[in-house]
Design a protein around this ligand. Sequence first.
Ligand code: XIL
Length: 450
Amino acid sequence: MSMIVRRLSRAATAGLVAAAALTAAAHSAEAADTLGSAAAGQGRYFGTAVAASHLGESDYAATLDREFSSVTPENEMKWDATEPSRGSFTFTSADRIVDHAQSQGMDVRGHTLVWHSQLPSWVSPLGAQDLRTAMNAHINGLMGHYKGEIHSWDVVNEAFQDGGSGTRRSSPFQDKLGDGFIEEAFRTARAADPAAKLCYNDYNTDGVNAKSNAVYDMVKDFKSRGVPIDCVGFQSHFNSNSPVPSDYRHNLQRFADLGVDVQITELDIEGSGSAQAADYTKVVEACLAVSRCTGMTVWGVTDKYSWRSGGTPLLFDGDYNEKPAYGAVLSALGGSGGPGDPGDPGDPGDGASCTATYTRTADWSSGYNGQVTITAGAEPISSWTATVTLPAQQSVSSLWNGTPTWSGNVMTVRPSWNGTLAAGASTSFGFTAAKNGSDAAPTVGTCTAS
Ligand code: XIL
């Protein structure tokens, strides 16, 4: 009964959710200075795992709301959390996360429906037929409750054995239902919420190896037989024992070439400083290089709540300060400070602007000193160009704090040392002109910035 009420009320809020998402999208187009908005500029989402218990911490919520465009409940949608006893569903904590995400216009990834871990104790003893019924009922219970609200579901998680063999992992599902349980779960999931993308999710499948080959073969088989699968999730938990593979991009691409989207679903990289930042850059660049890599999720907001907190694997430290890895990710996504940024000399354009104003600072009968003040617009800039057109008779005898090139009586001035300006900051160049009979003022043309 309570589930039905909840379902109706979730559906009733759907219009509001759509409006919030539009607001977020409009906002993100303006300033690519957060992970979510920078990723949106690349047509991707940038998400994080979230724990409901931390949402009341203001720094946690503020960082989450500012930076991320997608959330994955870290534990709250798992079987033990949602169906602790058979047939009785509890959505309180998961709803808190979904409601919070929707209020911020964020997408939600559903994690996870069928997994050997975090299973309540009543599942394992079931006989085959009963287990099949329970599995399908669980999928229907979760997906029904959140129908239309989940961007992508991890339908099956970690079903392949680690190590060299590429075989299936032992689990109640595998052991009692056989290889077909994955296909059955996907078919049930498709019927339960046809709008959700259905993903297979796993770890140590990030590079080409026996395990990822086995997943690859399964996806290929599913696609050839019309089993409904839309995406493959690559957890991407990295550390010195399991570094970012050199063929990461190639591996993502070969899956994409099967006709599925790929997503980086649980990214964290143990380490610190520039080495950690460089590894994060590799991952983001790999995703951006694969057009079907639709988004990335880091496995937590802050190091202090990471499941691997000792390895400080995330983008914000325990005090919510941005780590070097944060800047590296933002930059790789084309946000402020990196390629695509208005301040990046290699990539002029988007948002960079400046204004140029002229004043006469000294005057005498045969000449004058002019000064042009360059002021950066709302974005920091790393270079500027201003044109100054002099009356035909006049000539410039010297110029300082700028580098001129000439075309007739139009001088184009670029910075000598003073190209970099913070948002709203100013610099100036000056020149001495001979009047040669004309006391008219020069005209300053449009200032352009990059
Ligand atoms: C982890 C959570 O982060 C922990 O809080 C929990 O104690 C155990 O599970 N692969 C997955 C995730 O798919 O669900 C796991 O999350 C990490 C590994």
